[in-house]
Write a protein of this length. Sequence first.
Length: 433
Amino acid sequence: MQHTIEREAEIEGQGLFSSRPVTVRFKPAPENTGVILCRPDIDPSLRIPATIDNVVSAFQRTSLGNGEVQIHTAEHFLAAVGGLGIDNLIVELDADEFPACDGSAASYVRLFKQAGIAAQEAPRRTFVVTEPVTVEEGGAMVAALPSDGDHLSIIYQLDYGPGSPVRPQTFSINLDRENFAREVAASRTFVFEDEVDKLRSMGYGEGLTYEDILVFGPEGVIQNTLRFPDEPVRHKVLDLIGDLMLLNRDIRGRIVAIRGGHRLHQGLVRKLQGLIRRDENRLIAETQTLMDIRQIQKVLPHRYPMLMVDRIVEMIGDERVVGIKNCTINEQFFQGHYPGTPIMPGVLIVEAMAQLAGVLLLRKLEHTGQVAVLISIDKVRLRRPVVPGDQLRLEAEVVKARGSRAHVRCTATVGGDASGEAELRFMLIDAGS
């Protein structure tokens, strides 16, 4: 079953990279909420679901963002959440980085155990690895493999090559709460002595000492004592568990990693997310259509050849909608874009996302007779060409809606692969105005 914490809890500290003070408050959350990062100190307040879709590029850490606001170094906190089997949690921060604590997940584990971990009524969402998935880069590799067990097992090999102050190490674990807390949670982050000056020149880790972080020199760890003989590889496993939490699923299978890192871990999660979306698309044909084309035409004013949504397959209140656009060679735009190499114009992918958002905004009774007019388009990314025969899965989620204005985040995928994304803003006006 899903779990959350029983009572609110709070932790203070300073960021590992920024050295800025931060207070984090953890609150219980209802079933199916997931882990939500919040900045209530910002006006308007901000909510960032801790999922792979919200990961932003950052140096040697896992960071999540929404627009210009980012929250950094979430991996140790996420590892504690994943290792303890916590599914639903509201996390409020007053700065942009989680506290480093002692460089491990031990402080978070203690805090959550003190707060109590409560079972909820809904079952956990699981993902069973049924086919090999591999991500490789420069001699490093992370793979997800099928397994006969009903749990997640991890084997991690760390090898920085000859001459490294960290000897080759291998660690394996069958992940559960007890094993995580005992074998992994207390392992600390580490750097090499020759990296320290570079990191400080970049403005990272100011105020940290050798007692605050494991620093390895030619003779081994400097002015500190290892908690485990193989603490570095155990910390790599900790980082991996934190990054796997971004899938928002209880993973069943085997993960094998060789010299991995956050970018490779996140690349694997993205591929696993693609498999989940692919499987969801396969089930669409078996899913009851919530709105067919006739019902869509009652909401949207668009007509042939500009109606870009064929059916609605999922609707969650006034917050989220999922729709389908089937692309065939009979589409008018394929005839001229381009002859011999038909590709759906990117602007029409955006139009399809905008129309889906319009369905979500206009289906309420009070908006009858209105039109959702697109007034701004931001953060457009077109990633995969859409060709005849593709089924475009469109998703729209309301970020903010107030009065006659709305901000909607949209994505488009084909077979689980990202095709496009955009943030759209609308104004609702009376038809004919």
